[in-house]
Design a protein around this ligand. Structure first.
Ligand code: GLU
Length: 449
């Protein structure tokens, strides 16, 4: 079984989503189940409702889970197994107080040495501390594993201390709950962020002491860098999945991008389902990948092209599929749902209001803008009069244009710029002759504004 194991402690970031996608694809490829495990062991940091957000996002991105568990529901099992390890002598109570350990840390720092927990300290403060933690005994030999992306990784015994598996309140630590649950749910392939590399030998050690022998595969994903090449942090907007969605990136484009980045794929534009046939985790580059928003914009446009016109119209808040077709004509200059919506909304917006904004933007009451306003008024009256007499819903642009030009008396730029503005709400954009076959269906709405 594969699993995605997010902590409900904050908003989902792109690195989490990438791990979810890869685990999901592997589950499909291997015909295995996909478990969603909410890792709520850090009771102080859990945030109410974040579990539901995670489920909402997974669903939005087209991933369904076969099984859902909250780690906290298994705390009793975790405690029983900790008890078992205590009895076997592979785990022990540690009574060290925080003050005691802080002091030892300070001494190590003064001596320019790395802090190491010493098992001999375990009971020194037994009289003082009624709430011991449980620690797992440090390994005596080198631990290692083969990572599907990074290759072989080893840890010398002195790199792993006897570490805490049950906190003083009896709540299991992340490493313990994770290793036990991976065992209980028969997880055989783990894909997660590379910040967990150093946890892997600890989790393997837990398995070993529990005599769990199943060989588990690991792939640790390189971190994602921001556009400046630094580790992406919460301050980088693109690290937040919700931010990307709010900008109007399509879930299918985000999935496409997160699979494509730092990967060798047979093509550039694909769907989550396409990945099932060719995805190979071993092709993910070891080096961190840099988040390239322009590439994501390109993919977003490609996925807009693939959307059917009716669906696109609905995404933009319109009913007619023709509006979806109209939106597609703007893909040269608009990349996100918000950018495209702005283009379409401007077509139907009150032009007088847009003109005011345009005027405020240019700030000055320049002669040019005054002439522009006049021309717009003249042309609007001409066009409305034309509409009263004829139905243009099947008209050619050439015919419409020639008649409007002749009746308004406007020529050249003084005709085309106002015409574009009246029809689209913008002074630049796609060829009017390309837009017209759709705009002609809505001329009444467009021009009455
Ligand atoms: N809860 C951990 C995280 O969100 C999961 C790590 C893992 O997949 O083991 O980073």
């Amino acid at each position: 079984m594969l699993r995605f194991a997010p902590s409900p402690t904050g908003d989902m970031h792109t690195g989490n989503l990438r791990a979810a996608i890869f685990n999901y694809i592997l589950a499909k490829q291997r015909n295995e189940k996909f478990l969603l495990r909410i890792e709520d062991t850090d009771t102080a940091r859990n945030i109410e409702g974040k579990d539901k957000d995670i489920m909402f996002l997974l669903t939005l991105f087209g991933m369904s889970w076969d099984n859902l568990v909250y780690q906290s529901h298994n705390f009793e099992r975790h405690r029983q197994l900790a008890e078992y390890l205590l009895q076997k002598g592979d785990a022990f109570y540690c009574y060290c107080t925080k003050e005691f350990l802080d002091k030892k840390r300070e001494i190590a720092k003064e001596n320019h040495q790395a802090f190491r927990y010493d098992d001999a300290w375990a009971e020194l403060e037994k009289d003082k501390n009624p709430h011991p933690v449980v620690r797992l005994r440090a390994p005596k030999e080198t631990m290692g594993f083969h990572d599907e992306i990074k290759g072989d990784i080893t840890f010398a015994p002195n790199e792993i201390d006897s570490f805490i598996i049950l906190k003083e309140d009896g709540i299991p630590t992340y490493n313990f709950a994770c290793a036990v649950d991976d065992m209980l749910y028969d997880i055989d392939f783990i894909v997660r962020g590379e910040d967990h590399v150093s946890n892997t030998p600890k989790q393997m050690l837990i398995h070993k002491y529990l005599s769990y022998e199943k060989s588990v595969k690991f792939a640790h994903l390189p971190i994602i860098l921001n556009e400046e090449g630094k580790k992406m942090s919460k301050r980088d907007n693109a690290s937040s999945v919700q931010w990307l969605l709010d900008c109007g990136f399509l879930p299918q484009a985000i999935v496409n991008y997160l699979v494509l980045m730092g990967n060798k794929t047979p093509c550039e534009v694909f769907t989550l389902q396409d990945c099932f046939t060719w995805f190979d985790i071993r092709k993910i580059a070891k080096a961190p990948a840099r988040f390239d928003i322009d590439k994501l914009k390109f993919l977003n446009r490609e996925h807009f092209k693939r959307l059917n016109e009716q669906d696109l119209a609905v995404l933009l808040g319109y009913k007619d599929s023709a509006i979806g077709a109209l939106a597609k004509l703007y893909l040269q200059e608009a990349s996100t749902l918000n950018e495209i919506r702005e283009k379409v909304d401007f077509i139907f917006a009150k032009k007088a209001l847009l003109l005011e904004n345009l005027q405020n933007d240019t700030k000055a009451e320049s002669l040019e803008i005054l002439e522009f306003k006049d021309a717009i008024q003249t042309l609007q009256q001409t066009l409305l009069a034309m509409l009263k007499e004829q139905d243009f819903s099947k008209a050619e642009f050439e015919t419409f244009k020639s008649e409007a030009m002749q009746k308004s008396g406007l020529k050249g730029k003084s005709f085309f710029k106002p015409l574009r503005f009246l029809l689209t709400g913008h002074t630049h954009g796609p060829e009017l002759s390309d837009l017209f076959p759709i705009l002609r269906l809505y001329l009444n709405d467009i021009l009455r504004n």
